[in-house]
Design a protein around this ligand. Structure first.
Ligand code: HEC
Length: 114
């Protein structure tokens, strides 16, 4: 193969990877990175949960309109759970604008359930 072909091929591969990276959601949100680096406080998470989430997930996260969250940290990765809360990808669950510390607290609360 000529070096020009190899050059063009590399460009195509790089372009493809970049597209996949962007549309595949491989790009990590800085809020996720930061949240994962913070130790959450389950008690505060429980308060945040009572304010924001019980309407749909039930007073003790047993499930109502939204699913039971007792085993959620065993079924989904922390990253997926954070995405679920901040992105609003599955209506009727809204997206939440949330500080990394609060998100870490909520996550710690969900871990304390299972
Ligand atoms: C308006 C109702 C509503 C509110 C408020 C709400 N949720 Fe949800 N939530 C849902 C519904 C409905 C689903 C299921 C979506 C689906 O079909 O995947 C869900 C799914 C989830 C899941 C994924 C569960 C799984 O097994 O896939 C998590 C985690 C979650 N919610 C956490 C939260 C947290 C934390 C809050 C508060 C910050 C919250 N939700 C507030 C309705 C709600």
């Amino acid at each position: 193969m000529s070096s020009l072909r190899i050059f063009l091929l590399s460009i195509i591969i790089i372009a493809l990877l970049t597209t996949l990276w962007t549309i595949g959601g491989f790009k990590q949100d800085p809020l996720i990175t930061e949240t994962l680096s913070i130790r959450g406080e389950p008690l505060n998470g429980s308060k945040l949960f009572k304010i924001n989430c019980v309407g749909c997930h039930g007073i003790s996260a047993q499930g109502l309109v939204g699913p039971d969250l007792h085993e959620v940290t065993e079924q989904l990765s922390d990253k997926k759970i954070i995405n679920q809360v901040i992105r609003g990808l599955t209506p009727p669950m809204p997206s939440f604008e949330i500080e990394p510390q609060s998100m870490a607290d909520l996550l710690a609360y969900m871990h304390s359930l299972s």
